[in-house]
Design a protein around this ligand. Structure first.
Ligand code: ADP
Length: 319
């Protein structure tokens, strides 16, 4: 392994830059050259590839987004597209590739691996939905952004005695909603993994009001239903003055938390080690604060499970 490449793909996440920095610095520390692939798999197929130096990743550890940019590419889902990518990597003399992204990006890395090109996946997504790691890079930052919003909304909710519905990101995974709901003291949390009953939620809200609660906060993952629809239904069932906040893309931005920077640094560096050891086709992760790595094909075959004990706890604490 003399020369490796690094790319970021799919939805961006805070901490991706810290991961890119770790890949570049660790590789150069090991006397390996690093090339940045700009614009995800689309950039790979187009040969948008440039050499990175130690200084190329200076002053980015604290920045959200990704300096390598990200893109989505339908063409890369085809074998022809993947072959184009491999040709570019060969043209630049790149022997292995670190892919930082979500599960879609992992599928791309898996496709390259199956065609004999060594890739290592680093989990970068705010959704925390990658199997084989307890935490993904960006999740902690997104969570703290949501908490900040919930705390602010709570202040105004108390003053006006209102019910607030807060819609957060999470199409298939409810991790952001669950952790933010628990940390933000939400009365009710709606996640795609668990069924809910509108009547039961309305009952809880009414009971809360009867015992003198000044406000209620409900966190809804976007994958369950839109916050606006949910708010309308609640208003119909309770007659409570209800307001809806859709947090949207602010959840994807911002300076990464210390946790995400450390996670990104560790996982990025580990990915380089695996390529040096000749272990392509792996995905790195963190389990019980230890770094782990899995066969990327097996990792994708597993399912991400959110911690349902946390869901149970949130219900117990919000009676
Ligand atoms: P994320 O990585 O955040 O989950 P996407 O699902 O959009 O984001 O995936 C990012 C990119 O990965 C896609 O635009 C596509 O180029 C590539 N990709 C996704 N699925 C596959 C697949 N099955 N085979 C090859 N490449 C894929």
């Amino acid at each position: 392994m003399k020369r490796i490449g690094v790319l970021t793909s799919g939805g961006d996440a805070p901490g991706m830059n810290a991961a890119v920095r770790a890949v570049v610095r660790k590789a150069i520390f090991q006397n390996i050259e690093v090339y940045g692939v700009y614009g995800g798999y689309a950039g790979l197929m187009g040969g948008n590839i440039k050499k990175l130096e130690l200084g190329s990743v200076g002053d980015i550890i604290h920045r959200g987004g990704t300096v390598l940019y990200s893109a989505r590419s339908e063409e890369f889902k085809t074998k022809e597209g993947q072959q184009k990518g491999i040709e570019q990597l060969k043209k630049f003399g790149i022997d292995g590739l670190v892919v930082i992204g979500g599960d879609g990006s992992y599928r791309g890395a898996k496709a390259l691996t199956e065609q004999g090109y060594p890739c290592v996946g680093v989990p970068g997504t705010i959704d925390n939905d990658i199997p084989g790691t307890e935490f993904t890079i960006g999740f902690d930052t997104a969570l703290n952004t949501v908490i900040d919003a919930i705390d602010k909304i709570r202040d105004t909710a108390t003053s006006h005695e209102r019910t607030f519905v807060i819609e957060v990101m999470g199409r298939n995974a409810g991790d952001i909603a669950l952790w933010a709901g628990l940390a933000g003291g939400a009365e009710t949390i709606l996640i795609p993994e668990e069924k809910h009953s509108m009547e039961e939620i309305a009952e809880r809200l009414k009971k809360g009001q009867e015992r003198g609660k000044k406000h209620s906060i409900i966190v809804v993952a976007e994958g369950v239903m839109s916050g606006v629809d949910f708010g309308r239904e609640i208003e119909k069932l309770t007659d409570f003055d209800t307001r809806v906040s859709v947090l949207g893309h602010m959840q994807r931005g911002g300076s990464p938390t210390a946790f995400d920077r450390v996670l990104a640094s560790r996982l990025g560096a580990r990915a380089v080690e695996l390529l040096i050891e000749g272990n392509g086709g792996r995905a790195v992760g963190m389990e019980k604060n230890q770094m782990v790595d899995y066969d990327i094909i097996e990792a994708l075959a597993k399912e991400h499970h959110l911690d349902l004990n946390l869901y149970k706890l949130s219900k117990e604490l919000s009676i």
